[in-house]
Write a protein that binds this ligand. Structure first.
Ligand SMILES: Cc1cc2nc3c(=O)[nH]c(=O)nc-3n(C[C@H](O)[C@H](O)[C@H](O)COP(=O)(O)OP(=O)(O)OC[C@H]3O[C@@H](n4cnc5c(N)ncnc54)[C@H](O)[C@@H]3O)c2cc1C
Length: 305
């Protein structure tokens, strides 16, 4: 295989992802350092109780914010759980959403892949132990952003310097474009993320299955929000990462729970539905057991917390 490089200008926020690609030579060419402006940093609250988070806000600031912990506990828990304290202290929300794939073929400067102008995904016929279990496109790398998975559960929207109101699905695509990790145009900068007004009585949790206790991307991660009233699920949103080229809403699990009693039998049924649309690769079927298990544990905890 031949070597390919990326030569378009790239933004650098904290550089915790980019620096490693610069060192290896996977990212070359001009850089644009982005620094915080008043509207691109910090957490701003609307009169309706909804938060707007600037793209340059650090992950640790989100994780530590008491207001975020109260209004969006699933997002706070996701921020608390990712990477390491050192990375969270530097890394920004915008950089987390726009970070590039962790696939070891993509990260190797001597191997071509679809994301570096190559014609095929080498992980398909190679070692894809950490790849997708929902095979939705030509590239089999799972999307690396934990914050995107949590924000998907919250039905958050993203504003850039060119457009506003993008859903996480619009920002990251549907997984069918194997050449990119997001759908931003060259030079388009994420400026903020907008969350909806919290629903009264809503609870949320985040949980991950991981191959070591910290400093690692998860094998599977799930963020779920629910309103349980009168013993039944009135509102339920479940999003998962680590399993597909983009974070996925677990629509079949949500449908199985809507309006039904919040008991372990119905939750077990919903957890089984989580993998209904799965298309694992030869080495990734183990992720289906993990996904069902995490969904079950999380929902049970959510209804008994
Ligand atoms: C050991 C380790 C474990 C990790 N575990 C996890 C994990 O579990 N979950 C997880 O989500 N992440 C994980 N990470 C990745 C980490 O979260 C990212 O490196 C970090 O969030 C990137 O943020 P940054 O500000 O440093 O981005 P940068 O490195 O500066 O940029 C990353 C990319 O985003 C682009 N970019 C940056 N800001 C913007 C913007 N505002 N608009 C448009 N494009 C932009 C850059 O051009 C670049 O391509 C881990 C990292 C390490 C080292």
């Amino acid at each position: 295989m031949t070597t390919c490089s990326i030569h378009a200008a790239e933004f650098r926020a904290a550089g915790t992802d980019l620096s490693e690609r610069r060192r290896s030579g996977v990212s070359k060419g001009p850089l644009i350092d982005i620094t915080a402006a008043p509207d691109t940093i910090g957490i701003h609250w609307g009169a309706d109780g909804a938060a707007r988070i600037g793209a340059l806000t650090t992950i640790s600031a989100i994780a530590a914010d008491a207001g975020i912990g109260r209004a969006y506990p699933g997002l706070a828990a996701a921020a608390q759980g990712l990477a390491t304290p050192q990375i969270r202290h530097l890394a920004t929300l915008g950089g987390n959403l726009a970070q590039r794939s962790r696939c070891w073929y993509f990260r190797n400067p001597r191997i071509a892949c679809l994301k570096k102008g190559g014609t095929e995904c080498p992980a398909r016929a190679g070692n894809h132990l950490y790849s997708v279990a929902f095979d939705l496109g030509p590239c089999v790398a799972p999307h690396p952003s934990t914050m995107a998975a949590a924000l998907l559960a919250y039905e958050a929207s993203v504003s850039t310097d060119r457009r506003s109101g993008m859903t996480i699905g619009e920002l990251l695509g549907d997984g069918s474009n194997g050449t990119a990790d997001h759908a931003l145009a060259p030079g388009e900068m994420i400026r903020s993320v907008e969350l909806p007004t919290p629903v009264p009585g809503e609870r949320a949790l985040y949980k991950r299955a991981i191959s070591r206790s910290h400093a690692e991307w998860p094998l599977v991660e799930v963020c779920a929000r629910a309103v349980v009233f009168g013993g039944a699920f009135q509102i339920i949103r479940i999003a998962a990462g680590g399993i597909a080229p983009v974070p996925l809403r677990l629509i079949a699990s949500e449908a199985a729970l809507q309006g039904v009693p919040a008991n372990s039998a119905d939750i077990a049924n919903a957890a089984r539905q989580a993998t209904a649309a799965a298309k694992p690769l030869p080495m990734t079927a183990y992720k289906l057991d993990l996904l069902r298990g995490v969904v079950y544990d999380l929902l049970l905890q959510l209804t008994t917390a």
